[in-house]
Design a binder for this molecule. Sequence first.
Ligand code: A3P
Length: 339
Amino acid sequence: MPRMRQRKLLGAFAGAIVSLTLLIDKRVLTPCGRGLHRIHRRFNLLKYGMEYEGTPDDIFVVTYPKSGTTWLQMIVYQLTTDGAVDFDHISEVSPHLEEMMIPRRHKISDLGRTPRILKSHLHFHQIPKGPGRYIYCVRNGLDVAVSYHHHARKYISGWGQMPQGEFFSRFMAGQVPYGSWFEHVTGWLRNKDRLNVLVVTYEELRADLEAGVTRIADFCGITIDPADMPRILERCSFAFMREHDAKFSLRGPPPPKPASPPPGFIRQGQVGAWREELDPRFASEFQEVCKRRLRGLGEDMFRFLSGQGARKGEPALTPPLAGGLSLATPSGGASQNES
Ligand code: A3P
């Protein structure tokens, strides 16, 4: 049977399971306060993956949350348009794939814009695969954890008062939205050669935005008119994005107010800020776990991801664009754990 037909059949099968789980949820389980969310989510991902007819123009901006997703979206938007910022919210020009997946919302093929710029936090094994470009942005895990804690307190209902220790335990156990940071980064970095993936670090963008933007443009096959560069750098700067925070913040109903509301979505934008904010005991625990779980990615990547050497205000320790950050040869497959 031709491959395309097989994919379509599998997609239709997954779609039928999604509909069935929804029906069971609605008629039988929801009244008893239970649900089939995990099954539903798993088959929905499969359905989307199978139905996706990618084009080489598609650009996926993929990250574990709080690793610079919105910044990357803005960079790609600036590179692919005249950069007018005439949208109310960045999701109008670069939608969040997982939000589109909610049944009866849009399909990727419904998006009219070319290139399609899709934001996603999916793990490697979950992402719809095609001939397009995938930009995977990583950030050292300690700054991610601190940023995610602020985010959770501000945006996750019921987590407004969560102490750092409790959040950190959840983060380490992968009991946060999108699951384990360790599995996310190892899954993408080990499998990056199976798709057209560019790995970018938050820290390299912070160290030299122009070099990072140029590298991203090269990967996307875009030639930047030198006259446009000042505009791109200005609009992708922390100051500009912070000033227009509402265009980048999470949307939706405001969560219950925490005792002292943390600042906006474009919050602090520092490298190594964890040294001032994170309890040193959590940092050591994290770095011990990194030794077990990230060594296989190579010494440079292990040191970078585990936050070693990244001091506040300093440039990235070994940005890949300078050719310093090496990735070990892929070994073994990605973790297939669902988040
Ligand atoms: P902090 O919370 O450490 O400040 P994401 O978009 O993946 O949720 O990532 C959010 C993080 O990226 C936040 O980090 C935010 O401040 C930072 N960020 C967003 N735009 C930025 C920019 N232009 N320059 C530097 N950091 C930026």
